[in-house]
Design a binder for this molecule. Sequence first.
Ligand SMILES: [Fe+2]
Length: 384
Amino acid sequence: MITTFRYPNRIVFGPGAITQLPDLLTEHNAERVLLVTDQGLVDAGLADRIQAETNKVATTTLFPEVEPNPTESCVDRAAQLLRDESCDLVIGLGGGSAMDAAKAAALREKHHAAFTVYEIQIGGDANMTETVCPIIAIPTTAGTGSEVGRSAVVTLAEWNRKAVICGPKLLPSVAVCDPELTLGLPPRITAATGMDALTHNIEAYCSTFYHPICDAVALGGIRLAAENLETAVKEGQDIEARSNMMLSSSMGAIAFQKDLGAAHSMAHPLSTVAGVPHGLANAIVLAHILEYNKPVAAERLGAIAQAMGCDVGGRSEEDRADAAIEAVKSLTERIDIPKSLSAVGVTEDQIPEMVQQAVADPNHVTNPRPCTAEDFTNLYHQAL
Ligand SMILES: [Fe+2]
């Protein structure tokens, strides 16, 4: 079998990594920079900290208008500013929304067709024919891993759905991962985003796609999340725990080059239909999906148990799988993730619409056990 393995981008990692920005801009011959972020990060002073670095060698234009789940119109406004100010590099500062908006704006500068033209499921990267200016991604949460990903999610308001655009040109030239930027994250957000990172690693590891390099990365990411998420939640100033969660997040997104699974197919409708934040949605459904997958994925679950620090020596394959599920449940309890979907406001009458969207979501295609509409219905009811 011949397989093509792709590995992502340069990562500048460590406390204080943002001080490397002037050198990175000089290396990219960037004289005019567009900083794409959200108002919350401006208010928190993080945009100022970035500008203090970028302004040493370049002129910085601030676009602070990214909203959660950025829309086409938000991206269009950022791209217009990019053109108006003749910027030659885009920085995305924030969580997944800001980094994705930065990628989409960089694409939009010279690609004017509707975003549906660039969607992943139609091989839209073939339509990314023009140059795209360099992108530097700076995450301020440890969860999405968008800084090492070649895709961006744009909400198509007109169609009331999200478009995933994907192509090598959207891969940030450099990811600047500075865990100091996450020290101020409140426990609730640390917990939810951290569970997103853990879910990426676990689902990627269980995905049916053949990519043993990503498998090794995923197991490492699982270990880091299992060992550090609780500390990052409870002792937010612990820079070692914050650093390890930021690594786990990047590793999860590197690993999910081999795609994800059914937890993400359940989580996406939970956000669009019921407004549950993405990481929280994953955190609540993950153990249910692992239980569902157990009949066909016990061996992989056993390896996950080991990566999560369970003592699995001498135990049967089924016992080892159960240990992984228990370890996930125990972690979510320790970091105060609500136990059920009803506890976060999801109602039974929302299930049919969520099932419809979950079936249409591409992530479950690589779930180790196939999921039908009936299966999703049962899983949503179990998690309710
Ligand atoms: Fe995710």
